[in-house]
Design a protein around this ligand. Structure first.
Ligand code: FMN
Length: 334
């Protein structure tokens, strides 16, 4: 059935202008999951998505994935997510991946993890826009000085890495725009359109989602995994690895409980946990649908993800909710 033309007015912000997108929405990088199919679906729905470079660690694989995404997204811009490890020795492959990103004319890069400063000149020279993702305004200020084009600020509710300071999204939303001059995108616990309206009211230029999108039909993951997310309440999201000062918000499952048990025993070195932190466990869970194993990034906004649906359906509903929230505010007449 042909979809109905969208008659809603557009929300224009510095973010939509910066990236040339219809909605002020980013769908963040998802390790093992954000591939060409998913990212193309996301950009075709009028938002911005990012292929997770580390999912395709061989530069040729990344190049193929970028080319596939270009074919699927009909010339629309899309992005690549680059995780910068705080450990310099873990960043050996970054340079080669970055070269592919430049040679393939990728429009925008979402950086996360360590300081993007050293690679900013390379990206600026290539005309790539850089959005750096941080868990606290303090890190955003140094990224802004280093020349990033925008900042994604994620709160403690987020799936993945909320940072050891665990600042909530409501605080980030009001604090970030006051202290930063580049566009600010709010993430962490976002999954309902009313939160976009609230974020804009607080001075943000857009929002970022990860967990809410895990039920997308275009995501290449086992249907049992998506069904588990759809049945999740968000209360089944817990933070592990705080003893390692690497706070990680994940689905509460056997692996997460095993990590917590070691933390309760006072284990404080990375080596004590290596067998549980292995990313292969998560990759297997996405493929097999067995969600008992692996640290599976998963945030509190799972409460909004209640059915497996297309990206287009999720985004359309989200924007409807944003406009409904705007209507509620206007009726208050203040
Ligand atoms: C399954 C999953 C995998 C993720 N993988 C990455 C990643 O590889 N790189 C990254 O920068 N962020 C990653 N994130 C974080 C998201 O890009 C986004 O910042 C976060 O999910 C936003 O918070 P929310 O989950 O509350 O929406 C991941 C999140 C999830 C849920």
């Amino acid at each position: 059935m042909a979809s109905q033309p969208n008659t809603r007015p557009k929300i224009r912000t510095r973010l939509t202008d910066l990236l040339g997108i219809e909605h002020p929405i980013l769908c963040g990088g998802l390790m093992h999951l954000a591939d060409a199919n998913y990212v193309a679906a996301v950009v075709n729905a009028g938002t911005m998505g990012f292929i997770s470079a580390l999912t395709f660690p061989d530069p040729k694989q990344l190049q193929d994935e970028i080319q596939k995404c270009r074919d699927l997204s009909g010339g629309k811009s899309f992005g690549v997510n680059l995780y910068i490890s705080p450990r310099q020795d873990a960043n050996d492959r970054l340079e080669k991946l970055l070269t592919v990103v430049r040679d393939e004319n990728v429009a925008v890069v979402e950086t996360a993890g360590g300081n993007p400063g050293p690679i900013i000149p390379f990206m600026k020279e290539a005309g790539i826009k850089v959005i750096h993702k941080v868990p606290a305004v303090r890190f955003a200020l140094s990224a802004e000085r280093a020349g990033v084009d925008a900042i994604s600020l994620v709160g403690a509710e987020c799936g993945g890495h909320p940072g050891y300071m665990m600042v909530g999204s409501m605080v980030q939303a009001a604090d970030g725009p006051q202290k930063l001059s580049v566009p600010v995108i709010l993430g962490g616990g976002i999954g309902h359109g009313s939160q976009l309206t609230a974020a804009l009211a607080m001075g943000c230029d857009g929002i970022l989602m990860g967990t809410r999108m895990l039920v997308s039909s275009e995501l290449q993951a086992h249907k049992d995994y998506k069904q588990r997310v759809a049945e999740g309440t968000g209360l089944d999201s817990i933070v592990v690895q705080s003893k390692l000062k690497n706070h990680h918000r994940v689905l509460d499952n056997q692996t997460a409980q095993a990590v917590l048990a070691l933390e309760n025993q006072g284990k404080e070195t990375y080596e004590d946990y290596t067998h549980l932190l292995n990313g292969k466990l998560a990759k297997e869970a996405y493929t097999s649908g067995n969600t008992d194993q692996g640290l599976l990034d998963y945030g509190q906004s799972a409460c909004f993800a209640n059915a497996i649906e297309s990206v287009e359906t999720i985004i359309t509903q989200f924007m409807d909710e944003a406009f409904t929230a705007k209507g509620r505010i206007l009726k208050l007449d203040f």
